[in-house]
Design a protein around this ligand. Structure first.
Ligand SMILES: Cc1cc2nc3c(=O)[nH]c(=O)nc-3n(C[C@H](O)[C@H](O)[C@H](O)COP(=O)(O)OP(=O)(O)OC[C@H]3O[C@@H](n4cnc5c(N)ncnc54)[C@H](O)[C@@H]3O)c2cc1C
Length: 292
């Protein structure tokens, strides 16, 4: 099946939706067995593919391909590598993509990337790329076999001067050849629905897949949300803050995510991308609760 077909209207008519899980490379080798257990547990939901982040939060890049190779070899899964333009020349990007091809990576999540720690603005590497749409163009030109996912922002990307400019950028990525849009995490479904309507009006016809991160701890979601500028509804934060107990925050967070996902399903989404943060517990709880 082609990447876009997982999230197609035809598939939705049969009651099936696309499902993908995002992992990050384990920070130490000792963490790999636990991560593989997570992957095994998540397979009962029959995901269409797993993705692995690239260089996020200062992670090493070699870890991405190493984890994806293990997933391919051990479980023969469909796999997607995230790839950013940060710190790479075109030749370095080509070298990464050739390695990705040789280990059997199926799809690329084509991104610009965030400025590295200590820098406030994204700096284009000499001989490298400036925006994600340029990476999409390079992929289409030189690596046409990869399916391509790109990022979309229901709450508007934090550097964009306006929602219109941000949407123009997304359209550029789509017109250049992206197959699927996966969104940044969000906690107000109305933001997603508004974004989806704007995409439709702008003539974006490829699937728009919501990215969902079930909250398991107030402190960690406040940190993540402040980095990507996702708004946390006040009622939700107040409820989470009622107790410091891990069990309480897990319960409140996963119940919120269950309501969020149920509402998204009701609205006819073509699939979901879960930010699983290398642990199956919260994602499994939510998917079980909505009878995925
Ligand atoms: C699903 C998903 C997965 C992610 N995975 C990772 C990861 O693995 N590693 C990582 O480091 N980060 C990751 N990120 C974060 C991402 O790298 C950041 O959000 C980054 O700041 C923007 O990347 P982008 O691909 O959306 O950039 P772009 O699409 O290039 O957009 C960046 C900014 O530039 C503007 N812009 C784009 N083109 C133009 C133009 N031609 N002229 C003027 N303005 C323009 C846009 O409006 C936007 O404000 C992920 C984000 C998402 C949503």
């Amino acid at each position: 099946m082609k990447l876009g077909d997982y999230f197609s209207a035809t598939r939705l008519q049969t009651g099936a939706r696309g499902l993908s899980f995002e992992l990050f490379p384990p920070k130490k080798a000792e963490l790999l067995p636990g991560l593989l257990k997570t992957v095994e547990e998540l397979q009962r939901f029959k995901p269409d593919f797993f993705t692995c982040t690239y260089g996020a939060g200062g992670a090493t890049r070699s870890g991405t391909l190493s984890l994806l190779e293990t997933l391919k070899k051990n479980y023969n899964l469909k796999i997607a590598s995230h790839l950013t333009c940060v710190g790479s020349t075109m030749d370095q990007l080509r070298s990464y993509l050739s390695d990705a091809k040789s280990i059997g990576v199926d799809y690329i999540v084509a991104l610009r990337g965030d400025p590295p720690k200590g820098q406030t603005e994204f700096q284009q590497t000499e001989g490298g790329l400036r925006y994600a749409n340029e990476l999409v163009a390079m992929l289409r030109r030189e690596y046409p076999d990869f399916g391509i996912l790109v990022a979309g922002y229901p709450e508007v990307h934090q550097e964009a001067p306006s929602a219109e400019v941000d949407l123009d950028n997304l359209k550029r990525k789509v017109d250049t050849g992206a197959d699927v849009v996966v969104t940044q995490l969000f906690y107000n479904n109305e933001d997603f629905y508004r974004f989806r309507d704007l995409c439709e009006k702008a003539g974006i016809k490829i699937p728009i897949v919501p990215g969902v991160l079930p909250v398991i701890s107030l402190a960690s979601i406040q940190r993540i949300a402040s980095l990507c500028k996702a708004a946390l509804p006040k009622d939700f934060v107040d409820e989470l803050a009622k107790s410091d107990q891990e069990d309480w925050q897990f319960k409140v967070g996963t119940e919120f995510a269950t309501r969020q996902v149920a509402d998204l399903i009701q609205s006819g989404i073509p699939g979901i991308h879960f930010y699983v943060l290398n642990s199956s517990r919260a994602t499994s709880k939510v998917l079980d609760a909505v009878h995925w």
